[in-house]
Design a protein around this ligand. Structure first.
Ligand code: BES
Ligand code: MN
Ligand code: ZN
Length: 495
């Protein structure tokens, strides 16, 4: 879909649909007032007759109104003026774009970026783009008869006065973010038989071909063996698919500037290994590469934007399957860092691939390293599907990530990394064991990782609850691409 932001008079725009807001007390938004004037107050009559309550996220579609150039007018309820929460604004935008997508309009103009929506205009522009793109998203390319593509091809975010440069910047950031989010969703939704470590590597190579600014390299198992990545390699032992360590380097600033390194867990299917998971909903473990997908999506987005920052993406990718060669509970392996690990549960494999990738990340002399992983079921229990878990060895870094999440409504919540939790990883036979018991499962997983990140600023995002939805709306969400993008844009000075 094409997006633009332009000034225009609502009655004059020759588009398939024009979207304007109505408040709960029946008051029209400024754009709706302008339209109303052009049509001899038919809009205010409709509202006065009670056909449009103005309740948050209610909609009413009108057609062929004389005096208006657009074919349709979609009225959207804005709720009580000045009282809209972020959540309400999201609901308003979602309802508007859902109703718009149900029409056959191929282009539309939405007057929702004015202060009237209740939030900062920059915030609204970003949400409008992300939500409009998500509303048209389909994942049916593997059906023998995919549905027809959504008719809407172009969406204009219209303003009554000249749009500020900050809004145009927000738009291009949001469009790149939407494309990156879409890539992350597509990869997440692909089944494990198609999306293998080799496939993820081919996607990263393709990204490097598409964007000259990205250099992709892929390490094979023999290379990892030479580097001493005994922990990562212990996870792929049970699989016929070889593990890959994928690196994407993007230098958008002076080469001397230390990069931000993003490390994404890329387990393309997690059966649990010998510590086999129960059968119910095991299919969802195809999403265990959503951290990797978010790194690929973010790398694509920064390249598309031409972000002035150095960023490196690292993806340790493997399957986790049982077999006669698979790692067994009790096995002890040596990580690239030299630290030894007793594998008490082969289902705690994410940390085993991440720890070697985190040691490897030091090679890029990073300013900051952020890992993104569907790491623990415990995080779903703690934070549900609303916030990603955030743990960091630097509080200012945690604050920056939390703030970026707020800015794009892709929120995270911080959990502590207190020293007291570390002893849960004590092992009688090795430097550490790979599980810390049921208590504080998300924290002890992060404690494990913290033992490999002592030399740099590091944060960990546990996206087990936020990277996909179960049930009827099953599918990848593309999170936390928006959070990561906003963080990187902030780091680059907002441009
Ligand atoms: N990929 C899972 C985590 C997960 C579970 C994500 C459910 C989303 C939903 C991870 O590899 C795993 O299996 N973790 C174990 C760790 C445990 C054995 C310490 C878990 O959370 O049960
Ligand atoms: Mn697992
Ligand atoms: Zn896993």
């Amino acid at each position: 879909m094409e997006f633009s932001i332009k000034q225009g008079r609502p009655e004059k725009l020759r588009v398939g649909c024009i979207i304007v807001g109505v408040f709960e007390n029946g008051k029209l938004s400024k754009a709706a007032q302008a339209l109303d004037k052009a049509v001899a107050h038919r809009l205010s009559d409709i509202v006065a007759h009670g056909d449009m309550s103005g309740k948050t996220a209610s909609t009413l579609l009108l057609q062929n109104i004389p005096g208006i150039a657009a074919e349709r007018v979609l009225l959207v309820g804005l709720g009580k003026q000045g009282e809209q929460s972020s959540k309400a604004t999201i609901e308003i935008l979602s309802a508007a774009f859902k109703a718009l997508n149900a029409t056959s309009a191929s282009d539309a103009a939405a007057y929702l970026t004015d202060e009237e929506v209740g939030q900062d205009a920059v915030w609204v522009v970003k949400q409008a783009v992300l939500i409009a793109a998500a509303t048209g998203y389909r994942s049916d390319s593997l059906k023998s008869k995919p549905a027809k593509p959504a008719p809407l091809k172009s969406l204009m975010l219209a303003t009554l006065t000249k749009p500020a440069a900050s809004l145009k910047n927000a738009l291009s950031q949001a469009v790149a973010t939407a494309h990156g989010t879409e890539l992350a969703k597509d990869l997440g939704n692909l089944p494990g038989n198609l999306c293998t470590p080799t496939y993820l590597a081919s996607q990263a190579i393709a990204l490097g071909k598409k964007h000259k600014s990205i250099k992709t390299t892929v390490l094979e198992e023999k290379d990892m063996h030479k580097l001493g990545m005994g922990s990562l390699l212990s996870v792929s032992r049970g699989s016929e698919q070889p593990a890959k360590l994928i690196t994407m380097e993007y230098y958008g600033a002076d080469k001397k500037q230390k990069p931000v390194v993003l490390v994404g867990k890329g387990i393309t299917f997690d059966s649990g290994g010998i510590s086999l998971k129960p059968g119910a909903e095991m299919d969802e473990m195809k999403y265990d590469m959503c951290g990797a997908a978010s790194v690929l999506g973010t790398m694509q987005a920064i390249a598309e934007m031409g972000l002035k920052l150095n960023v490196v993406g690292v993806i340790p990718s493997s399957e986790n399957l049982p077999s006669g060669r698979a790692s067994k509970p009790g096995d002890i392996v040596t990580s690239m860092s030299g630290q030894t690990i007793e594998i008490l549960n082969t289902d705690a494999e994410g940390r085993l691939v991440l720890c070697d990738a985190l040691t490897y990340a030091a090679k890029f002399k990073p300013d900051t390293v952020i890992d993104i992983a569907t790491l623990t079921g415990a995080c779903v229990i703690a934070l549900g599907h609303v916030a990603s878990g955030l743990l960091s060895n630097q509080d200012d870094l945690a604050q920056e990530l939390l703030a970026a999440g707020e800015q794009v409504y892709d929120r995270a919540w911080q959990l502590p990394l207190f020293e007291e939790y570390q002893s849960q990883l004590d092992s009688n036979f090795a430097d550490m064991q790979n599980i810390g018991g049921r208590a504080g499962g998300t924290i002890t997983a992060a404690c494990f990782l913290s033992r490999f990140t002592r030399d740099y600023r590091w944060a960990h995002l546990d996206i087990a609850g936020t990277a996909w939805r179960s049930g009827k709306e099953k599918g990848a969400t593309g999170r936390p691409v928006p959070l990561l993008m906003q963080y990187l844009v902030n780091r680059a000075g907002g441009k």
